[in-house]
Design a protein around this ligand. Structure first.
Ligand code: GTP
Ligand code: MG
Length: 252
């Protein structure tokens, strides 16, 4: 029991996303204040404003692919639900908080996933200020619902690692707070219309440059890909972070 408590108190990183509904409702200041060091003892390790690409959204919510609410969830995190006609307003604020028991601390302040449940069971939580949006078909029949719950918070330390490595490059995070292994890339990797490549052609975008500090797990996936072997994480999960704010979504 004591060992369990000690584990739960370890130094952790956790990912918070201030979602498009929170930005639209101007709740950013309130959320930052609820999560401030005075309230939580946690410190900022990294932060950025992200125009969420479909690639990043689908990787972030990969576990929900195929569920009835999936399409609405992707549109929500991409900002399309709240800004259908204003692509330039579609963004989330991605923040890494660091500290002891960071994951549970932020989850507690965030509250239950469903805002209706949050209102009943955790009235002071951030998600108690969210809403549940009914989704109807062309005939007005209820087909699904969207949980506009204002923030994302990593659920476990393992999930935090996967998510932080999906949204942030190592150099986005200040060195003293980087707890996941990194290494230097030894090759260039480019994205062309045909996919990933290691040789430059006109129109290619450089995803990772030789000499760049990257997550070791990304390098391992790229190494296996080079050998034609299955990769433990998808290539989209590897490259999405290196493309943040480079991809526009004009057609969407
Ligand atoms: P996040 O912090 O956003 O990851 O939420 P969570 O960890 O509390 O929940 P989970 O990871 O299971 O789900 C991710 C997101 O999918 C939620 O924030 C919701 O927006 C959405 N979601 C999850 N479960 C449901 C559901 O049963 N119905 C609907 N409509 N949306 C859901
Ligand atoms: Mg979750």
């Amino acid at each position: 029991m004591q060992a369990q408590n000690q584990d739960a108190q370890e130094f952790q990183l956790t990912l918070v996303l201030i979602k498009p509904d929170a930005l639209k409702l101007s709740l950013t200041g309130y959320i930052l204040s609820q999560l401030s060091e005075t309230h939580t003892g946690l410190r900022f390790a990294a932060a950025k404003i992200v125009h969420v690409s479909r690639r990043l959204a689908e990787q972030h919510y990969a576990e929900h692919r195929g569920k009835p609410f999936y399409t609405h969830l992707i549109n929500y995190i991409m900002g399309k639900s709240h800004y259908p006609d204003l692509p330039h307003r579609r963004r989330v604020i991605a923040i890494v908080y660091s500290g002891y028991d960071a994951v549970n601390t932020v989850r507690r302040i965030a509250g239950p996933t469903n805002p209706h449940e949050a209102r009943e069971k955790a009235p002071g939580s951030i998600r108690a200020l969210g809403t549940v949006v009914p989704i109807k078909d062309a005939e007005g029949r209820l087909i699904s619902e969207r949980l506009d719950n204002l923030i994302h918070a990593s659920a476990t330390p393992e999930e935090a690692e996967r998510e932080i490595k999906l949204w942030f490059t190592p150099t986005d995070i200040m060195p003293f707070m980087r707890i996941y292994p990194t290494d230097y890339a030894q090759e260039h990797y480019y994205l062309s219309e045909e996919g990933l490549t290691t040789s430059w052609r006109p129109g290619c975008y450089c995803v990772v440059a030789a000499g760049e500090l990257v997550w070791k797990s990304d390098l391992e996936a790229l190494r296996l890909w080079r050998q034609g072997k299955p990769t433990p994480i998808s290539l989209d999960a590897v490259i999405a972070k290196y493309l943040i704010n480079t991809e526009q979504t004009p057609a969407e």
